[in-house]
Design a protein. Structure first.
Length: 245
């Protein structure tokens, strides 16, 4: 029965993904910002639902420009945040653009891409982030730089925080936690090592009562901050929150 349920979930996800592409091609080009955000929120929340995930939200995002800083566990992290904060523009690794279906949908969210293998590319992205923040946008980053197993946080890279510091934009930390019926930290949501996107989708589809918690922490001032000290402080804040979930 679990296998049949997983197949049903994956079939629904594919249909929902194709629906998302139709929205990207036919609806979003003529939509207002508010209409785009409403579509992004609906589509992201529905994807979590068709994959059998329950969304739990704690806290609230501040209005206006902000830099969201979150821990990174799964490719579903973006959809989890978009279910609550659809205006967020994520900074993502460039190879996501090549992912079938998912890449096109992520691209439609105004994603900023970084080539992590090129050190100098981070400077270009910081300038793009600063411009977006100055324009009043919300930008979101995963300072770990890659996905972790959900049990412990990896070191936070500080480079991208410079965009918020330079523009004196508030930073809002977010703690993401996937849990299920069996574990406080769900193995079904782990997307680490040599795990492929297809394998990750199957594990999630096979999951039992998987819940994703989006814990939104109070915004932090960034003006004149030392970026390395700020990165460590944000890591401590997110880690402390995860310990209590």
């Amino acid at each position: 029965m679990r296998t049949l349920r997983a197949c049903w979930r994956l079939a629904r996800m594919i249909v929902h993904g194709l629906h998302g592409l139709a929205i990207v091609w036919l609806v979003l080009p003529g939509a207002t910002p508010a209409q785009r955000q409403a579509r992004v929120r609906w589509w992201s929340a529905k994807l979590l639902k068709v994959m059998g995930l329950e969304l739990q939200v704690q806290g609230r995002f501040r209005p206006g420009a902000k830099l969201i800083v979150a821990n990174h566990i799964s490719w579903l992290d973006i959809m989890a945040v978009h279910s609550v904060c659809p205006e967020a523009r994520f900074v993502s690794k460039a190879d996501v653009q090549a992912w079938p279906l998912v890449g096109r949908l992520i691209d439609a969210g105004g994603t900023l891409y970084i080539q992590r293998e090129k050190r100098r590319d981070a400077l270009r992205v910081v300038h793009e982030m600063a411009a977006a923040l100055k324009a009043g946008d919300t930008v979101a980053v995963f300072p770990e730089g890659t996905t972790a197993d959900g049990h412990a946080l990896l070191p936070f890279h500080a480079n991208l925080l410079q965009a918020a510091i330079a523009t004196e934009t508030p930073i809002q930390p977010v703690a993401l936690r996937f849990s299920d019926r069996h574990d406080t930290v769900s193995r079904a949501a782990q997307y680490i090592g040599e795990t492929t996107l297809a394998q990750s989708m199957w594990r999630l589809a096979m999951g039992d009562d998987v819940r994703v918690t989006v814990a939104v922490l109070p915004p932090q001032a960034s003006a004149h901050a030392d970026r390395r000290a700020l990165a460590e402080y944000l890591r401590e804040q997110i880690g402390s929150t995860l310990a209590g979930l």
